[in-house]
Design a protein around this ligand. Structure first.
Ligand code: THU
Length: 140
């Protein structure tokens, strides 16, 4: 199974493909499935702004659209264009992406890795980042 550093490297690989002409803020994500498969995503912006898709949701939607729903961890990197790995700040997932993660990932065990570089990262469970989550269980 891939380790944290390798997953972060895959997030940096994905960041290269971001489409960010409006914010110039480049995000990459790498989503690890229970079977070891990794889905990568980048942010994709739009002139109308609201159709913009975050890197995390790109990765999750790619995976779900290919039949995956069993997720272990996601690594996220993000910084203003022009910065090198390690120069930017941590890029925490937005609230919409946290909610989308909660649809498919276990609050107690799914790991969110927020990285400045392969050497410098934070690791939280989804539940730590989304306390008192509203999920499908509330609708049962
Ligand atoms: N962005 C992400 O891709 N993920 C996040 O969790 C935070 C924000 C993107 C959306 C937009 O393209 C740019 O960063 C600035 O908000």
């Amino acid at each position: 199974m891939i380790n944290q550093k390798e997953l972060i490297e895959k997030a940096f690989d994905a960041q290269k493909y971001c489409y960010t002409p409006y914010s110039n803020f480049n995000v990459g994500a790498a989503l690890l499935c229970a079977d070891g498969t990794v889905y990568q995503g980048c942010n994709i912006e739009n002139a109308a702004y609201s159709p913009t898709n975050c890197a995390e949701r790109t990765a999750i939607f790619k995976a779900v659209s290919e039949g995956r729903r069993d997720f272990v961890a996601i690594a996220i990197v993000g910084n203003k264009a022009g910065l090198q790995p390690g120069e930017g700040d941590y890029c925490a997932p937005c609230a919409v992406c946290r909610q989308v993660m909660a649809e498919f990932c276990e609050l107690d065990s799914f790991k969110v890795i927020i990285a400045k570089s392969t050497e410098d990262y934070l690791e939280h469970t989804l539940g730590e980042l989304l306390p008192l989550a509203f999920t499908g269980k509330d609708l049962e």
